[in-house]
Design a protein around this ligand. Structure first.
Ligand code: SAH
Length: 348
């Protein structure tokens, strides 16, 4: 009779489970530690890379396990240095992740879901609908791939991570948290939590949960309007998560974490480019200590939304800054390869 062993993805095992496996197979428990380091710290993609294990032991692992690594299939480089990766997951689905180089930083922008369920009217990812959540290792691997690109193409380390790729991180909360735990752990990438930013459409109860969980990373909220009527018309999530609930959740966040929030805000012609809108944002920005990033609109081909005039942006800037709110205008990067905010849509 032929014995068939169905292979498991070894990275689904916790360190303790791996130890148990080794002991059960007559090996020393410390081997588990070595393998774990290869898998996470050194991001090994095959068992043959694990050169401090005997060939026999590597073969035994191959019999029982696979390493389901993501594959970067299509890398595009923008004229401004930005790199966009099309990332194939083990089941053939594709997400995108972006390396954004600036003078001081190299930032990895990673996806948390295949597609997105939120239906923000101005965002290309919304059109893909949500297919599934990414697993913790699929999120982790995107960071590793960009870390390797940073070293290879720029000779510099990865400095920051933003969850601003495809999907809503707070709707895949436990996997995002597991990935961040690995990214920040000494057995993983040993990156500081304060270099990580999770961006959310603003799901009130999840912001409160993060506060309760005592997370140490930064929070960004895609606000885009501080008037319910307008926000609901462009972001359907606002119907069930209106601004006063968001404000309550943010107060709760600040009470517990003492961390500021960053608002992402696009100013569009005819939608939110008047002083009434700017004043509403000013008021909202005082709910808890905050910063505002006015981000440039990246057209997503149907022309319904257009970037507001420079005068409108300056009006916002002046009003906010004169009332003590740190405000930055963020130019988009990677536009020529559809790698900018809201443009991730698996076009390739
Ligand atoms: N779902 C999360 C993570 C996505 S981050 C969130 O909503 O925050 C992507 C950021 O780009 C969000 O701030 C989003 O509102 C913004 N964005 C979406 N489409 C855009 C576009 N066409 N131009 C500029 N920014 C856009």
């Amino acid at each position: 009779m032929v014995e068939t062993v169905s292979k498991r993805d070894i990275r689904k095992l916790k360190l303790d489970e791996l130890k148990e496996f080794f002991v059960q197979h007559g090996e020393k428990a410390f081997r588990a530690q070595q393998v774990y380091e290869w898998l996470w710290n050194k991001s090994a993609k095959s068992f043959d890379q694990m050169t401090n294990l005997s060939i026999g032991l590597r073969d035994m692992l191959k019999e029982h396990f696979t390493i389901n690594h993501i594959k970067v299939d299509n890398m595009q480089r923008s004229s401004d240095g930005t790199i966009k990766n099309a990332v194939t997951l083990f089941d053939g689905m594709v997400v995108e992740s972006v390396l954004i180089p600036t003078e001081k930083r190299i930032t990895a922008c990673v996806s948390s879901q295949v597609g997105c369920s939120l239906a923000c009217k101005f965002c290309a990812t919304a059109r893909l609908k949500r297919q599934r959540n990414l697993t913790p290792d699929e999120i982790y691997d995107q960071v590793v791939a960009i870390k390797e690109q940073a070293e290879l193409f720029f000779g510099r380390p990865l400095t920051n991570i933003v969850f601003m790729g495809m999907g809503e991180p707070l709707l895949n909360y436990s996997n995002v948290i597991s990935a961040i735990e690995k990214i920040t752990s000494q057995k993983g990438l040993n990156m500081a939590s304060k270099r990580i930013t999770v961006s959310t459409v603003g799901i009130a109860k999840m912001i409160m949960k993060m506060a309760d969980d005592g997370v140490k990373f930064n929070l960004a909220v895609s606000l885009h309007s501080a008037l319910d009527k307008t926000r609901s018309s462009i972001m359907p999530i606002n119907d069930t998560n209106p601004l006063d609930e968001l404000a309550d959740a943010l107060r709760y966040w600040y009470d517990k974490t003492k961390r500021k929030v960053t608002y992402e805000y696009v100013v569009w012609r005819g939608i939110n480019d008047t002083e009434e809108h700017a004043r509403a944002l000013l008021k909202f920005s005082k709910v808890i200590p905050s910063k505002v990033n006015l981000i440039e609109y990246n057209p997503i081909d149907d022309g319904e939304f257009q970037q507001a005039s420079t005068e409108a942006l300056e009006m916002y800037m002046h009003l906010l800054e004169s009332h003590g709110v740190t405000t930055r205008i963020r130019k988009s990067r990677g536009k020529d390869i559809d790698a900018a905010c809201g443009q991730l849509a698996n076009k390739s």
